[in-house]
Design a protein around this ligand. Structure first.
Ligand code: IPD
Ligand code: CA
Ligand code: CA
Length: 272
């Protein structure tokens, strides 16, 4: 199995670099920016062209594998144990504003479990790669999560989903609480790259709700293979379908989980 994972990792890399080249070409030259439905949920010609380039690579190498791609939806294949989860441009809002924090995210689920992940930042030209049992790298050098073991000394990151105007579960209370307890909480606007930054130790932990499979699949392999921990907020096993993730360097995992649950119970008390 590791040998075939290496092959899939190389295919994912080729696809991510191909999508990344498209994003480099459109950078600063966007003409078509549209809202997809929910306020602030944008799509541009760069998202669509990057996805096309990625799909071309996957169709060439693994024509029978099903693909779930953000802009095309689910493209059925035959090999049911596999699912490629593609975000051709994670951080579209950043991209549209030329805020340089964007990525291509390519994950491969085998039997429903993310096992291969590539996240490519085409602006900094940083290529994060991981496969189960094969470790994690950035630009081919091994990466590890940070050693921070005290929540009060940690630097975290989170995000706010596009449904934030329609749900009471906004993540604003969690953001305020953790900002108070830590050295800071960043909101950088690209979930896949947030996870990659936890994997390489620039950030100590990340949580978010309202995510899609293509936002998380690649990044969680990076964090796990770099020595971190990925669970639900309450430390129960992570479920991709929940849209919620808690990913840390593992050393602050329990304290960050407790802090998030405290916010949840306070909010429930206010409602009851
Ligand atoms: C979004 C980004 C953002 C997160 C949103 C995602 P997109 O992806 O990852 O950081 O907060 O929930 O939808 O729309 O830029 O691909
Ligand atoms: Ca995304
Ligand atoms: Ca996207």
């Amino acid at each position: 199995m590791p040998q075939s994972l290496q092959i899939f990792l190389d295919i994912a890399t080729e696809a991510a670099l191909s999508g990344g080249a498209v994003l480099q070409n459109y950078w600063g030259k966007l003409e078509d920016i549209q809202e997809k439905g929910r306020p602030g949920d944008l799509v541009t010609e760069a998202d669509k062209a990057a996805e096309k380039a990625i799909l071309e690579v996957l169709h060439r190498h693994v024509p029978d594998h099903p693909i779930l791609a953000e802009e095309s939806g689910k493209l059925e294949g035959l090999a049911g144990d596999y699912l490629w989860a593609i975000d051709p441009l994670d951080g579209t809002t950043n991209y549209a504003h030329q805020y340089p924090f964007v990525a291509v995210s390519i994950g491969l689920l085998i039997d429903g479990v993310p096992q291969v992940g590539v996240v490519y930042d085409p602006i900094r030209q940083e290529l994060f790669r991981a496969a189960k049992g094969l470790g994690a790298t950035c630009n081919r050098r091994p990466i590890k999560v940070s050693q921070t073991d005290d929540l009060s000394k940690s630097l975290l990151v989170t995000g706010f989903a596009y449904d934030r105007r329609q749900t009471p579960d906004t993540n604003y209370a969690e953001f305020a609480h953790l900002t108070h307890l830590t050295q800071g909480v960043r909101r950088d606007g690209a979930a896949a790259l947030d996870l990659a930054y936890v994997a390489c130790g620039r950030l100590d932990g990340y949580w978010e709700r309202g995510l899609s499979i293509w936002d998380m699949a690649a990044g969680i392999v990076l964090v796990q293979e770099a020595g971190g921990q990925v669970t639900a907020y309450d430390r129960s096993p992570f479920q991709l379908s929940s849209g919620r993730v808690l990913a840390t360097n593992s050393k602050i995992h329990d304290s960050l989980s407790q802090a998030l649950l405290q916010v949840g119970s306070k909010a429930r008390n206010l409602i009851e």
